[in-house]
Design a protein. Sequence first.
Length: 113
Amino acid sequence: MKKLFFATAIAIGSLTAVNAQSTAIAQADNAEVKQSVEAKQAPVQDFKEIKASELPKAIVASLDKDFKGATVAKAYKNAKNQYKLVISTADGQKKTVYANSEGQWLETKKKMK
């Protein structure tokens, strides 16, 4: 009887340890994914204003493709070669968009009036 009780206690303890380990691994994986997403989406601040004519061709092409008829009101660049663009859309709305030097959008914010 003691052996049965002892074996049951060990089995339950083992299952608890395995479950705790699985939870810890899942939480670590979620943290890595979150950091990866944040790293891709969160543009670094400290932008300095540049001329719209200084924008890389890839950004201009992406702007023409994704925001047809939009014009660049202001353009900014930071040390990580990320760009902040304040654009006027074809329907007259102001938007702030962020892109990397390859023309990939990092984040889009609708500017409140």
